[in-house]
Design a binder for this molecule. Structure first.
Ligand code: FES
Ligand code: FE
Length: 359
C-alpha cells in the first residue's frame, strides 16, 4: 500500500447532500411486504431509508437494543419496527414502543440517529451533518421539456467517488481505454482547456480534433462538449453535435466509504428518433471498458500529489484535486470556512493557464 496518510479528510463530505438510492430502488425493496425500506451506506455509515406517509426518512441502521439491522424490520404506522424484538422507532429515530415491557418507561437513550433527507430528481439524498448550506447540485435538463430523460441503472464501483469522477472527466484515456468507442488510438493528443471556477463549479469546454469528433451512441459529429463539475462529486456533460443534436450525461458519484462508490446517471437528449436502449447499451460498453482500469488504481482514494505524476494535460484533475484539498483543509477549521472554500471565486489568468508547472 503506497498511501500512509489520508490526503483528503473523508469527514468533509458529511456536510454535503449525496444520493443513496433512487426512489424506485426504495420502492422495489418492498418485495417481502415489509414496506419501502432499504439498507444503504454513506461515508462508512450504515443507514436505513424508509418511505412513510410523511415522506422519506433516514435513520442509523443499528437498533440500540441489541444492534440488529433495522432495515431487516418493517414500516408500520410511519415507524420502523425492529425485526429482532419488535422495538418501534418513529421518524425522529425515537423508540416509541417496547413490546416485551409495555408498562416500562422507554429509556431516554433508546433512539437511533436521524439524518436529513430530500427527494429530488427521483433520487433519495441524505446529508449526514448540518452546519453548511450547500445545495443539491443543479440539473437543468431534468425539467427541460425539450430533453428526453433516461435513467441509467445505478452501479457500484470499487473506487472512491473522487476517482470515479476523475475518470468521467479525463479525456486523455479516450484514445487508449475507449479506442473505437470514444477515441482513436492514432490520435492520442488532447488540448489543455481554459478552466473557470466559481460557486462550487469547475467549467470547461472541449472542442475535439477533426479525427476524434464522433459522439456516443449515434456517432454524430461533435462540435463541442461542455463540462461542469459541481463540487465535490457531480458532473454534467453536454455534447453538442454539428446537426444540432444535444446529448447530456448527468452523473453523481456517492461515497459509500473511502474506497467504494454508488453512481447515479441520467442520460438526456433533444433527439427522440432512437431507442433509449441504444444509449443505455452504449454507456454500458464505455463503463465496462473503464471498470477494470479504474478498479486497478491504488490507492482507491486520491493520494498525496507527490505519489502520482501530472502533466499539463491533467490540468482539470489537478484543479479538481486542489479544490477538494482546500475544502478538506477548510472543514477542519469550521463550517464557515468550508462554505467559503466551496463557493470561492477563482480567476484563472492566461499566464496560469499556460503554466506548464500546474502541479
Ligand atoms: Fe432491535 Fe432488540 S435488537 S429490538
Ligand atoms: Fe472512460
Amino acid at each position: 500500500m503506497i498511501q500512509t496518510e489520508q490526503f483528503l479528510k473523508e469527514e468533509t463530505w458529511r456536510y454535503f447532500w449525496h444520493p443513496v438510492c433512487t426512489l424506485k430502488e426504495l420502492r422495489d425493496a418492498n418485495t417481502d411486504g415489509r414496506g419501502n425500506r432499504k439498507f444503504v451506506q454513506l461515508l462508512g455509515e450504515e443507514l436505513v431509508v424508509a418511505e412513510t406517509s410523511n415522506g422519506v426518512i433516514a435513520l442509523n441502521d443499528r437498533c440500540p437494543h441489541r444492534s440488529a439491522s433495522l432495515s431487516l424490520g418493517w414500516v408500520e404506522d410511519d415507524c420502523i419496527r425492529c425485526a429482532y424484538h419488535g422495538w418501534k422507532y418513529n421518524s425522529d429515530g425515537q423508540c416509541v414502543e417496547i413490546p416485551a415491557a409495555p408498562d416500562l418507561p422507554i429509556p431516554p437513550n433508546a433512539l437511533t440517529k436521524k439524518y436529513d433527507v430530500q427527494v429530488m430528481y427521483n433520487l433519495v439524498w441524505v446529508r449526514l451533518e448540518q452546519g453548511v448550506d450547500i445545495p443539491i447540485p443543479d440539473f437543468p435538463d431534468y425539467d427541460d421539456p425539450e430533453m428526453k430523460l433516461v435513467y441509467y441503472p445505478t452501479y457500484e464501483w470499487k473506487t472512491s467517488a473522487a476517482r470515479r469522477l476523475e475518470n468521467f472527466v479525463d479525456l486523455q484515456h479516450f484514445a487508449w481505454v475507449h479506442d473505437g468507442t470514444l477515441g482513436d488510438r492514432n490520435f492520442p493528443e488532447y488540448p489543455v482547456p481554459q478552466v473557470d471556477q466559481s460557486q462550487g463549479q469547475l467549467r470547461w469546454l472541449y472542442r475535439p480534433y477533426e479525427n476524434t469528433r464522433t459522439e456516443g451512441a449515434n456517432q454524430n459529429v461533435v462540435e463541442r462538449s461542455e463540462y461542469v463539475i459541481t463540487m465535490p462529486f457531480n458532473v454534467q456533460l453536454s455534447i453538442y453535435s454539428t446537426n444540432s443534436n444535444r446529448t447530456g450525461l448527468w452523473m453523481i458519484s456517492s461515497p459509500m466509504d473511502s474506497g467504494n462508490c454508488r453512481n447515479f446517471t441520467y442520460i438526456s437528449r433533444n433527439h427522440f428518433d432512437d431507442e433509449d436502449q441504444v444509449h443505455i447499451d452504449f454507456d454500458t460498453k464505455v463503463y465496462q471498458e473503464d471498470l477494470p482500469v479504474i478498479e486497478s488504481q491504488k490507492p482507491r482514494e486520491i493520494p498525496n500529489p507527490t505519489q502520482e505524476i501530472s502533466i499539463p494535460q491533467d490540468k482539470v484533475l489537478i484543479f479538481y484535486r486542489r479544490w477538494l484539498k482546500e475544502m478538506s483543509n477548510a472543514s477542519e477549521k469550521g463550517h464557515e470556512e468550508l462554505q467559503v472554500a466551496w463557493s470561492k471565486e477563482r480567476c484563472e489568468t492566461k499566464a496560469a493557464n499556460n503554466d506548464k508547472n500546474v502541479n
